[in-house]
Write a protein that binds this ligand. Structure first.
Ligand code: SAH
Length: 310
């Protein structure tokens, strides 16, 4: 996986062909190691300059290991976006053409989820986290939800969102609240949202803040409500972007964090149709209740196994 970030912007990142990871995946005749499962956070990672970290702990200690480093981490993250133009192209890191497949992929995912979880609801509310200029709300959420709140720490993005959404809102579908705040400082009103949408911004949060954000935000969900997390995915470990202070986590890294948050993956789906040079993108629907297992009296595998006559 050498996921070496060349040009960055958290929403879109170029990746290079793996020289590194090829090294690990070469099928040389080596002794097979016993199958001890390594925790995702113990897997090494890289930064955008190609520097290696032994594990996530080492990286976090260095980047945000004390209050002043942590303060710098967040200051640089928001500072990066303060210098970006308030446009679709800006929030998509120069990849405006990704807007369309992204919205289509999200809509298909959301549609199924809403019909399964809220088949008869006549009033739905959503929160768009790290909303930027309101791209996701304008192109998707506002059509499905009666009320959408937006949360965004960069004020010129939020001003643009207010402007962009003014034209789209109607009596029945409107952007209600605009919170100018980062995720790590936000606590939603209890039981306000059916869906909390978190897209292309969670990489700015440290692991600790990731877990405490989702734990606080759980209380903001209505019964049956869920999170959608849509993010770039590293092939293994993580990739730190030195420029905007964000990290791209692997699927197993995310799964470990979800477990720490007490969240369950209700559904997940890969985003299709993005340019090849970008990181893979995944959508996760996360719930606080564990998904019901389909009860089978006899597993298919067993049913297909020949019986042993003793
Ligand atoms: N989700 C939007 C914007 C993606 S760009 C979209 O898909 O169009 C990344 C966004 O994350 C920027 O708007 C940036 O300001 C925001 N961001 C950066 N740090 C953040 C933080 N700590 N909490 C919440 N949002 C953050």
């Amino acid at each position: 996986m050498r996921e070496n970030v060349l040009f960055s912007s958290p929403s879109y990142k170029f990746t290079l062909t793996p020289t590194h990871i090829c090294f690990f995946s070469l099928q040389t005749p080596k002794l097979r190691r016993s199958r001890v499962r390594t925790k995702a956070m113990e897997v090494g990672g890289l930064d955008s300059k190609g520097r290696e970290f032994k594990n996530a702990e080492e990286m976090w200690r260095e980047q945000a290991g004390d209050p002043s480093k942590k303060c710098d981490w967040y200051k640089h993250g928001v500072g990066y976006w303060e210098g970006v133009e308030a446009s679709v192209n800006g929030v998509l890191g120069g990849y405006a053409q990704v807007n369309e497949p992204d919205v289509e992929g999200s809509e298909a995912f959301l549609n199924t989820l809403l019909s399964e979880r809220f088949p008869n609801s006549d009033h739905l509310a959503a929160l768009d986290c790290g909303s930027g200029i309101g791209r996701v709300t304008k192109n998707l959420l506002i059509r499905y939800f009666n009320e959408v709140d937006l949360l965004e720490p960069v004020s010129h993005f939020l001003d643009a969102a207010r402007e962009n959404l003014g034209h789209t809102s109607s009596d029945k579908h409107k952007a209600t609240n605009f919170f100018c705040m980062p995720l790590q400082e936000f606590t939603p009103d209890a039981g306000r949202y059916d869906v909390i949408w978190v897209q292309w911004c969670i990489g700015h949060l440290t692991d600790d803040d990731f877990v405490s954000f989702f734990n606080r935000a759980k209380a903001g969900l209505k019964p049956g409500g869920f999170f959608v997390l849509k993010e770039n995915i590293a092939r293994t470990g993580f990739v730190l972007d030195n420029e905007d202070r964000s990290i791209t986590r692997s699927d197993s890294y995310f799964r470990e964090l979800f477990q720490k948050c007490g969240l369950h993956i209700y559904q997940s789906k890969d985003q299709k149709g993005l340019p090849e040079e970008l990181f893979a993108v995944k959508m996760y629907a996360l719930t606080t209740d564990s998904p019901k297992r389909v009860h089978r009296t006899r597993s298919k595998v067993k049913a297909n196994m020949p019986r042993i006559i003793k």
